[in-house]
Ligand binder design. Sequence first.
Ligand SMILES: Cc1ncc(COP(=O)(O)O)c(C=O)c1O
Length: 268
Amino acid sequence: MNTIELDSHTAALEEFRAPARPELPSSQPAERLASDLPPPPAWIEIDLRQLKRNFQLINDDKPAHLQILCVVKDEAYGHGALRVAQTALAGGARFLALATLEEAVTLRDRGINARMLLLGDRHEKELPHCLAHDLTCCLSDAQSTERLGRLAARAGQRVPVHLKLNTGMNRYGVRWDQALPLIELICQTKSLALEGILTHFAQSDEADKTFALLQLSRFNQVLSALAARGISVKLRHLCNSGGFLGWEFCRWGFIHPQCAGVFRASHR
Ligand SMILES: Cc1ncc(COP(=O)(O)O)c(C=O)c1O
């Protein structure tokens, strides 16, 4: 953790929290209601030893230069973020990725010290918390880049950032064909270090790979433009679950298995 001072996590993050659930009538406290009701109709059982084994298998299988970034957003897709994160890290994952500030801070508060990447865009009020909790941001616009740069400079830091490219998923990121000015801005900002560049395949797990190949060629265009300018970016990553299972030729810096559940059926 670094030196930026904040109020308590709870107070400072209040405005990012989801709205509270409606309260139960006071005559029916939640515990009593729960004990009166039948068990929920659906649940999921996770064998953490198998999950760890899955990560170990991926880890042993992959070339040494690749790192595993485990996507544990949305409570690790309902698997339970804390335990999946602990298991993934014990199985060799190096980075975790999350969607919201709050879920990342919750993991920090529970003792997870690993590198964490926040996948979406950040509201300006979130940026000081990202610095304070050592959370790596994806950048996709000039305004956030300037704000984060100023905050990092004020804190006397040089913070790593990842540039998010929109190559066709159309959810987050700067368009691949409009990315160069932003890349230059990041590179000129002394308090920021362009550690990574990523994109997200929209359809890599489908049989028809036409669109995924188009996204790959757009990503490659940006990498070539960077190389032509002598800019080297250590972590180039786009292999989400579908990508890393079938696309060995584009495994560069990171691979992004969600929570390695994809291997559950095939390995003991
Ligand atoms: C950049 C990135 N990679 C990987 C994932 C994992 O998802 P999936 O493997 O389902 O595409 C996400 C999920 O949001 C993501 O944003």
